[in-house]
Write a protein that binds this ligand. Structure first.
Ligand code: SF4
Ligand code: SF4
Ligand code: SF4
Length: 333
């Protein structure tokens, strides 16, 4: 498994002890209005260069397209018709029957009492399915529990912070790009020379050119006791920042509430500590399947198979030595 993960949580396992709670995001896409204030705040705070010429892509109101070295927050716009919305509702219902945690009436804990979540007197008629909707979602680095980028970095430029986040030290990164192929989400990227921007918009000097670049969970702000720039700016609180454990509980409760209101398409992404990356520091509430938002449905940290690979190599090497020894002994007879 990953080099720096375990039952005590990523920060503790990395030598920080238990003095710090793991921090993270809960991004509730059901209340995102697509204003992109988070994207702008991130760029402004981190002085990241412009992407493209600010034209929308043509396929949607998106104008940055994806996360990248210069875009550490990306707001996706997904256009959906009635048929797809019905499919999303159905797939959400199936997740409940598969045992998605946190769905069902809340109990007051008092025997014989009416459960706190008893909705028998509440109108539970699901809302009509609209003919059309936009899904908007602000994507970011997942700050994985088992982070492939961190595991494979040969220079130690990527470290696990005291907040449990995954941070690149650009003055240590040698630009080898090993981390880029190890990220199952396609988040981390090396910064280019700005050639994707029209010449007129290019800055004279591109900072940190050639080094790997991604969201730091605003580490510089956290050490000063401030919230990250993106969550502090979001006008609808679609991006919530806080203690990871509390946010995960809040996210599960929010899915329960939405299902009770007939929005059965709601589901969580990144909240399962048994998934292929051990769960993520950035948890999302989605209104359709992950692929719809460009997220992998079953991300796997590539270093998870390293112990098995080393074991197989060891067995193969031992076999070769044994064959060589037998050949040698046979040749002497
Ligand atoms: S999402 Fe990618 S870049 Fe971010 S911590 Fe996970 S592996 Fe690293
Ligand atoms: S936490 Fe900071 S670096 Fe990360 S996306 Fe938000 S503003 Fe950008
Ligand atoms: S996450 Fe918040 S700031 Fe970002 S686009 Fe959505 S509503 Fe706007």
């Amino acid at each position: 498994m990953s080099l720096l993960a375990g039952p005590e949580g990523p920060a503790a396992e990395s030598g920080w002890g238990h003095d710090h709670e793991r921090k993270g995001f809960f991004t509730d896409t059901s209340i995102c209005i697509g204003c992109k204030a988070c994207e702008v705040a991130c760029k402004e705070w981190n002085r990241n260069p412009i992407d493209g010429d600010l034209e929308i892509l043509g396929s949607s109101y998106d104008n940055t397209g994806e996360l990248g070295a210069n875009t550490w927050r990306h707001v996706a716009f997904v256009e959906q018709g009635q048929e797809r919305i019905e499919e999303a509702k159905e797939s959400g219902r199936k997740l409940v029957s598969l045992g998605m945690p946190g769905i069902g009436p809340k109990s007051s804990g008092v025997r014989g009492a009416t459960p706190a979540g008893d909705l028998s007197t509440t109108d539970r008629t699901p809302p009509d399915t609209p003919e059309f909707r936009w899904l908007m979602s602000s994507d970011v680095c997942k700050h994985c529990t088992n982070a492939g980028c961190l595991d494979v970095c040969p220079t130690g430029a990527i470290f696990r912070s005291e907040f449990g986040s995954v941070v690149v030290q650009e003055d240590v990164c040698n630009g080898c790009g090993t981390c880029v192929s190890a990220c199952p989400f396609g988040v981390i990227e090396r910064r280019d020379d700005g050639t994707i921007s029209p010449f007129a918009h290019r800055e004279d000097k591109v900072d940190r050119m050639g080094t790997a670049s991604k969201c730091t969970l605003c580490h510089d702000r956290l050490v000063d006791g401030e919230d990250p720039a993106c969550s502090a700016t979001c006008p609808t609180q679609s991006i919530k920042f806080g203690d990871h454990a509390d946010l995960t509980t809040e996210a599960q409760q929010r899915v329960t509430d939405l299902h009770e209101r007939g929005m059965t398409e709601a589901r969580l992404y990144g909240a399962n500590p048994k998934d292929g990356v051990g769960g993520t520091g950035s948890v999302f509430l989605l209104l359709d399947e992950p692929e719809v938002y460009g997220l992998p449905p079953d991300p796997q940290v590539p270093t998870a198979s390293l112990p098995a690979t080393y074991a197989r190599v060891g067995i193969a090497a031992a076999g070769m030595v044994a064959v060589a020894a037998l050949s040698f002994l046979g040749g002497r007879r």
